[in-house]
Design a protein around this ligand. Structure first.
Ligand SMILES: Nc1ncnc2c1ncn2[C@@H]1O[C@H](COP(=O)(O)OP(=O)(O)OP(=O)(O)O)[C@@H](O)[C@H]1O
Length: 539
């Protein structure tokens, strides 16, 4: 991955190359002025020499511009990738979801909104540098020939950035509102898609369509507001630059005709100098026009960067570990919980020997899931320690610990892929794992066997079958410890018994089993039970 220093360097080189390309054009303008001026005076001009000079300058300018674009696109790509990585890494390391926005808005930020940085990174910085260099160079060149032309440019030029700044404030606000609306619409889409069948059953199709129509209409209005500001500012800009160029043309024309005899330095204006002034006047305004165009990109960037800053500032609990893939423990460890206190719940001290099975019981909301998450290092406790083989679970050893755990969550999540993909998440899955989870007969009955596509909601599977898939996922990779959160919830007695059999087989094979459950049949089959009670709160 490119470092930030390299990215900055590419950006700077790209910006300076774009300045150089514009300076080369000034040389081209001098050649054109010389040819036209001499033709006007009736002198002979070597068409071959002039054509060759222009061709060379054109080729040089094109090559310089291409090199500038290459540097700038590389820098833009690196910057966007870096921000995407930052978001994904932080989200992966966070113990809970962001409260600022939903999944849709976050996906819109990563995929769509960060893309709005690209035009600004490609155009804004080089345009800003060109504005600093080129008008000053052109002003000096024109002042050499005529103070009047220099004054016209000097007066018309600065009006443009002043007006742009005024419009820029409005543009930033409009862009921020537009970005916000994109995020809200994405959230709405994710939300309603997730509840599509419920909405159909409730007969809420019409109102959902109306909600979407309202949301997309608001987005349309916000987008139109941004466009209106863009059109307004470019109209004003064009007006000022057209007036400036027209005044220069009038002065040059009347001076060459002999109607005006002021504005120069006492020497008559030659046709070559006159044509050169005419060619340079639009070039004086060009960087300002480029900056005005890039200014709107900049407004969108500011809005995205503000959103990113708010996301960065959000104080969120971090899960333990660096996120790196590490080899699992080579043996089944002992687990001990000491003086643990988290989110207002004080947990009893617990010791679990290798190969033991333990049930956590307690009323809903007592803190069973929270304890399992703490043991897995998915959250960090407010106080107290979790000891793995007598060593405290820390940032340093959490990755290896998690590689040794199989996790069966309370609410199963599925991916839009085959059943086999949903077990191994892309890694090869052994048939033993499928058998251990009791999936083999289920696979036989599926239309495409283990390659049957499940869909994000586990489509085509019953609740019990879905649980078996999550059990297989937990068993995949031969974990030392299996953590199961309500593995038999909402299942009939027979299906629950079969899932319990699979779990107990895991302990018979030497693994440690930790289960949070309300299922007394399962709890009674485990070796130990610990009751978690909210009223043990000692906060
Ligand atoms: N991310 C979170 N932020 C704040 N509070 C939370 C969070 N997750 C859970 N809680 C709270 O912590 C308490 C314990 O929740 P937990 O899910 O651990 O209970 P539980 O015993 O597993 O319940 P159940 O049997 O219903 O699954 C509850 O009051 C819950 O509202």
């Amino acid at each position: 991955m490119r470092s930030m220093v390299q990215t900055r360097k590419s950006e700077m080189i790209g910006a300076w190359l774009s300045v150089l390309a514009s300076l080369i054009w000034l040389c081209g303008a001098a050649v054109i002025a010389r040819v036209l001026g001499r033709l006007l005076m009736g002198d002979d001009v070597s068409a071959i020499a002039a054509g060759a000079a222009l061709f060379l300058l054109w080729a040089l300018r094109t090559a310089t511009e291409a090199a500038a674009q290459r540097c700038l696109s590389q820098a833009a790509e690196a910057k966007i990738t870096e921000l995407r990585q930052e978001i994904v890494t932080r989200e992966a390391a966070s113990a809970s979801a962001s409260t600022l926005a939903g999944e849709g808005a976050l996906a819109a930020l990563v995929a769509e909104k960060l893309e709005t940085l690209r035009p600004a990174l490609l155009r804004y910085r080089p345009a800003r540098l060109r504005v600093l260099v080129l008008p000053a160079v052109i002003l000096c060149l024109t002042a050499w020939h005529s103070w009047a032309v220099a004054i016209v440019l000097l007066v018309a030029g600065p009006l443009i950035p002043v007006f742009m700044a005024l419009v820029g404030w409005a543009a930033k606000e409009a862009s921020a509102r537009q970005m916000q609306e994109i995020g809200q619409l994405s959230d709405l889409l994710v939300d309603r898609l997730a509840a599509l069948s419920d909405l159909q059953l409730l007969g809420a199709g019409k109102s959902t369509v109306e909600t979407f129509a309202r949301a997309s209409d608001t987005l349309r209005q916000r987008t139109m507001a941004v466009l209106q500001i863009a059109f307004l500012s470019s109209t004003v800009l064009e007006l000022f630059s057209a007036l400036g160029v027209a005044l220069v043309a009038i002065w040059v024309g009347f001076t060459l005709l002999g109607e005006l005899n002021w504005g120069g330095w006492g020497v008559p204006l030659t046709p070559v100098a006159g044509v050169y002034l005419l060619l340079m006047a639009p070039e004086f305004f060009q960087p300002l026009r480029d900056l005005a165009a890039a200014w709107h990109d900049r407004a969108a960037v500011d809005a995205v960067m503000d959103e990113l800053a708010a996301w960065r500032d959000e104080d969120r609990a971090k899960r333990l570990g660096h996120g790196a893939t590490e080899p699992a423990l080579s043996h089944t460890p002992s687990i001990a919980i000491q003086n643990l206190h988290h989110r207002g719940i004080t947990y009893p001290n617990i010791r679990i020997e290798p190969g033991e099975s333990l049930a956590l019981e307690g009323v809903s909301g007592a803190g069973k899931t929270t304890l399992l998450r703490l043991i897995a290092g998915l959250e960090q406790p407010d106080r107290g320690t979790i000891l793995i083989d007598g060593v405290a679970l820390t940032e340093e050893n959490a990755n290896q610990w998690r590689a040794s755990i199989g996790w069966m969550p309370q609410a199963p999540h599925f991916f839009n892929g085959s059943l086999r993909y949903n077990v191994g998440l892309g890694a090869p899955v052994s048939d033993d794992t499928l058998v251990a989870a009791g999936l083999e007969t289920i696979i036989q009955d599926l239309p495409r066997g283990d390659l049957t596509r499940l869909g994000e909601r586990g489509a085509g599977l019953s609740g019990g079958e879905g649980r078996r898939v999550t059990l297989a996922r937990a068993l995949h990779g031969a974990p030392r410890v299996l953590i199961a959160d309500e593995p038999t919830a909402d299942l009939d007695a027979e299906t629950a018994r079969r899932i319990s059999d699979s779990l107990l087989q895991f302990t018979k094979d030497g693994g440690t089993l930790l289960v949070a459950s309300h299922d007394t049949a399962l709890i009674n089959r485990l070796q130990k039970r610990v009751s978690i009670q909210r009223d043990t709160d000692a906060a």
